[in-house]
Structures are given as C-alpha cells and as structure tokens.
Design a protein around this ligand. Structure first.
Ligand code: SF4
Ligand code: SF4
Length: 312
C-alpha cells in the first residue's frame, strides 16, 4: 500500500480479541468501492493492508499531535482490565484510553467489538466498546461520545459486510449525518431485516416449509431456525460477494447482527410450543401470527408445493 497521502482523512484499524473475520470481510469489498474508499480515506494503519509502516510509529505520531486521527476502527472484543489484550505489542486498554478522545469517530466493527460476543462469554472483563451484549456501558461507558458528538458506531455482524463498513465511513467522510438505532447501528443498513428481499418470501407467506438445507424451495423459518424475520440486517438487499446470502442459498439466518447471537442454542431448529414458534416475526403479535399462518395453510398455493423446476 502507498504511504500517507496528505489532505485525506486518516483511519487507523486496530484489533482486540478477534478471529480477523472483519478484516477478511473488508478485503472482499468490490473494486469500485475500494477505489472510492482509498481515494478518500488514508489508511494510516491496518494490520494486513499496510505493510510499509509500523503501528508503533503511527501511534507515536498521533499521540504527539503530528498526525490527526479521524476514524478509529476497532475489530475484536476488548478488556476493561490492563494487560489482558494486546495489539502489536501495546495493551489495547492503553491504546483505547489514549486514542478515544483524539479520534473524530470510533467504529466498532463486528459483533465482538460491538457487544463482546463469544470472547465475552468466557471472561467477565471482556466487553464491546460501548455494550456488553444488550447492556450499554462496555469499555468506554454508557455516555461516552467522540469529538464529533457521535457515540461508538456499531457495525454489527459476524462478520460485518464490507459495504456496511465502507459506506458508513464514506458517508461520514462526505459530511452526511447518520442516524443510529437503539444499539448504535446505522439505520441506513440495520432498519431492514434479513427477511426483507429474501427470495423465499412467498414460501414464508404461504407457510411452505423447507425440510432440509440447500434446497431452492421452502422457507427456513418454520423448522430450520431461520431468524431472518427477527434480525436487523440488509443481507438480502446488499448481497454477500454481490451474489447471494445465506437464505438464498438455503441456509437459515442465524441472527449474527444481534447482541444475543452467541447466547442462543440450537441455531438450526425452530423452537416451537404446540407447533407455534416461540419467537414470531418482529412487529407481529403471536395471535396475529397464528391467525395469518392458519389462513395461509388453509388456502394452499399449489405452485409452491412443487419443485421449482416442475412449475409451469
Ligand atoms: S428463509 Fe428466512 S429470511 Fe427467507 S423468507 Fe424464510 S424466514 Fe424470511
Ligand atoms: S443472513 Fe443472518 S446470519 Fe447471515 S450474515 Fe446476515 S444477519 Fe448474519
């Protein structure tokens, strides 16, 4: 990667407890968006992307005021205790405390940085930047705001989709205000449900179940645990690798953009009570759900009960 370009906003990407999934996701951004991103944002440091510069030098320059910091991106969970999580030889506890008031914006990328996620299950000191699962607080505290007035911007997902990351940063860089939801996620992306735009919606409406993974037919909600109607994410509007999504390829949504992702058990089965799902789609009462699905089941749509290849 080229070294520092003057006049652009600076971004530093650091990591806590992470599998690198969000970095890998980020690297799969399409060429056009990557070009736009690199033409507008100066990546001062990223553990994989920047090779000519060491973190310690960038860190020193920011601390001494020789370099400004506009976007601090954090991937991975962090610890509220010193000497537990390290990045490039520095205690992440110290890095965050030293940089939190220097950066215009701080983005938590991926569920570990947002909520603590799996690493937080095993260590009570481990947190997301401003949440621990559903509880606000986390590492930086409930009321923390960056210089720009924004709280931590959570780009959730396990991993987060590269477009959600890049478009959020570019929107801020271009001077647009972004609205955040109750979990500090940009509404432009997270006001949608994974269910929105799923090619299986017709099967959902007529209550035609899929009985196994990978089929073209059927909805995965009724037996296979799909959480599309309960999960805030635009996975069926902004496709993965610009081609597909879990549900399009016959795999249930496992709700990876929500705080409770690692707290659930049995990801691939629908928990039911006398045949009725324990959790019904967001915004629908159980009573309405029972009435609607009962009617749908009564008036079978014959077309949807055939293999797609066999339909006229
Ligand atoms: S498979 Fe999941 S996302 Fe798709 S229509 Fe069914 S419930 Fe919705
Ligand atoms: S479809 Fe569901 S599980 Fe898959 S990436 Fe989107 S939110 Fe996560």
């Amino acid at each position: 990667m080229e070294s520092i370009k003057k006049g652009l906003k600076n971004l530093v990407w650091i990591q806590g407890l992470t599998c690198n999934g969000n970095s890998h996701s980020f690297l799969s951004i399409n060429d056009t968006l990557l070009d736009t991103f690199l033409s507008n944002i100066n990546i001062l440091y990223h553990p994989i992307l920047t090779s000519e510069i060491e973190f310690k030098d960038v860190y020193k320059r920011i601390l001494s005021g020789k370099e400004s910091l506009n976007f601090l991106v954090v991937e991975g969970a962090v610890s509220n205790k010193k000497n537990e999580v390290f990045f490039q030889g520095f205690d992440v506890f110290e890095i965050l405390n030293n940089l939190k008031d220097k950066s215009d914006y701080i983005l938590a990328v991926g569920n570990c940085a947002c909520y603590g996620n799996f690493p937080a299950l095993y260590n009570e000191n481990v947190n997301g930047l401003q949440y621990r699962f559903k509880d606000k607080g986390g590492f930086l505290g409930e009321s923390f705001k960056t210089k720009s007035g924004y709280q931590i911007i959570n780009i959730t997902g396990c991993p987060a989709h590269p477009e959600w990351i890049v478009r959020t940063i570019l929107s801020l860089d271009f001077g647009y205000d972004i609205n955040l939801d109750n979990f500090n996620r940009p509404k432009d992306f997270y006001m949608y449900l994974a269910h929105d735009g799923c090619i299986r919606n017709e099967y959902f409406e007529w209550k035609v179940e899929a009985h196994e993974f990978g089929t073209k037919e059927g909805c995965l909600f009724y037996e296979l645990g799909c959480r599309g109607p309960l999960t805030h994410s635009p996975c069926n509007k902004i496709l993965w690798n610009e081609k597909s999504s879990k549900t399009r390829s016959g795999m249930p949504c496992i709700g990876c953009t929500e705080f409770d992702f690692p707290l659930r058990s049995k990801y691939f089965e629908t928990k039911t009570n006398i045949g009725i799902p324990e959790e019904v789609p967001l915004g629908v009462t159980k009573r309405a759900y029972i009435m609607l699905t009962g009617v749908a089941k009564t008036f079978t749509n014959q077309r949807l009960n055939k293999k797609l290849e066999d339909t006229d």
